[in-house]
Design a protein around this ligand. Structure first.
Ligand SMILES: *[C@@H]1O[C@H](CO)[C@@H](O)[C@H](O)[C@H]1NC(C)=O
Ligand SMILES: *[C@@H]1O[C@H](CO)[C@@H](O)[C@H](O)[C@H]1NC(C)=O
Ligand SMILES: *[C@@H]1O[C@H](CO)[C@@H](O)[C@H](O)[C@H]1NC(C)=O
Ligand SMILES: *[C@@H]1O[C@H](CO)[C@@H](O)[C@H](O)[C@H]1NC(C)=O
Ligand SMILES: *[C@@H]1O[C@H](CO)[C@@H](O)[C@H](O)[C@H]1NC(C)=O
Ligand SMILES: *[C@@H]1O[C@H](CO)[C@@H](O)[C@H](O)[C@H]1NC(C)=O
Ligand SMILES: *[C@@H]1O[C@H](CO)[C@@H](O)[C@H](O)[C@H]1NC(C)=O
Length: 265
């Protein structure tokens, strides 16, 4: 009897391993009413070793959410922890717009998919599931995941209604655990991001990010989608993270005869 159990456990573990790590959403989050890709848009599969784990996600400060307290409130995370991980002077200090912050969340498996539940109260009558998932939560959730977990239809949303927002997160697979990976961080992709840029931000190998997301080197990354970044240690403040500067020419043209510009250090 116990042998049978062991066998079953092994079979389950094996089939989870065969499922691989977590495929990239590939911009299917834009198509709220297409159910064909629900396997990608609903969340990351519960294929990890643990059914719940510490995980992290990234969020960009903006004029509406610009302190640890406000971001913590939106994302259901502890302001003091946000402040300490990101070296903020206090949990009410104003954070410059577009700073990439690391937010700790407790990820857990809810039947098929890992997620972190947050409640969001609608503020404005223009808000739809897509706007909440894409604009307010910056792609950390999807309209499809929200629609499948809230009873109210998209057309019946109203100001003051509380919605469940399942944030995308995941726990490491057995292969990842075996190679020393302790956490998966949900990184919110923005304009101009590349795998090598993201790998540099977290000081990880590009290939581990590609593997974790079942991506090939030539995959296009789309803004407001999420990627998993495997980490061996707890993340710290992201060092200066102005995403790849706009490819515009320098605002001021250098003087025609700039003195020995290549020697500056
Ligand atoms: C897990 O690791 C084994 C051995 O390194 C490898 O053969 C297998 O393809 C890996 N599975 C996944 C899903 O990455
Ligand atoms: C998700 O579903 C699509 C469409 O049915 C299919 O092509 C794709 O292989 C599935 N992906 C995974 C990871 O199961
Ligand atoms: C996450 O889980 C830990 C341990 O159970 C708990 O101390 C912590 O308060 C939780 N954090 C959040 C944001 O719920
Ligand atoms: C964070 O703050 C601590 C203490 O003030 C300092 O030692 C550390 O270098 C800072 N880290 C970063 C990444 O700024
Ligand atoms: C998603 O949100 C961003 C930021 O608010 C916005 O720039 C972008 O246009 C939105 N995407 C779509 C498809 O509306
Ligand atoms: C998150 O919400 C789902 C409902 O969609 C629920 O099944 C699950 O238990 C919740 N998870 C936690 C940790 O509360
Ligand atoms: C939307 O509201 C209408 C009118 O109150 C109701 O008949 C309908 O069932 C609602 N649909 C959903 C999906 O909530």
């Amino acid at each position: 009897m116990s042998k049978l159990c062991v066998l079953l456990v092994l079979l389950v573990l094996q089939s989870r391993e065969i499922q691989g790590q977590q495929p990239y959403i590939n911009n299917h989050q834009l198509d709220c009413y297409n159910k064909a890709y629900n396997n990608l848009t609903s969340g990351f599969d519960c294929n990890g070793v643990q059914s719940s784990c510490q995980s992290y996600l990234t969020f960009r400060s903006n004029p509406l959410y610009n302190s640890a307290v406000e971001i913590g409130y939106l994302l259901g995370a502890k302001a003091t922890q946000i402040a300490s991980i990101n070296n903020l002077t206090s949990d009410v200090a104003t954070i410059p717009t577009d700073t990439v912050l690391v937010i700790p969340v407790n990820c857990s498996c809810s039947s098929l998919y890992y997620q972190y539940n947050v409640t969001y109260r609608l503020k404005d009558k223009t808000e739809t599931y897509f706007i909440v998932a894409n604009d307010t939560f910056q792609g950390l959730s999807t309209c499809q995941a929200m629609m499948s977990q809230n009873k109210v239809g998209d057309k019946n949303l109203s100001v003051g209604l509380d919605l469940l927002v399942p944030l995308r997160c995941a726990c490491p697979t057995s292969n990842q655990t075996a190679s020393g990976i302790k956490y998966l961080l949900t990184y919110m992709v923005t304009w101009g991001d590349t795998i090598s840029y993201i790998a540099d931000l977290f000081v990880v190998d590009q290939q581990t990010i590609l593997d974790a997301n079942q991506l090939s080197q030539d995959q296009t990354l789309y803004p407001f989608t999420t990627l998993l970044v495997p980490l061996n240690t707890t993340p710290t403040k992201i060092e200066h993270s102005q995403p790849s500067p706009p490819p515009a020419p320098a605002p001021q043209t250098p003087p025609a005869s700039s003195p020995d510009e290549s020697n500056s250090s």
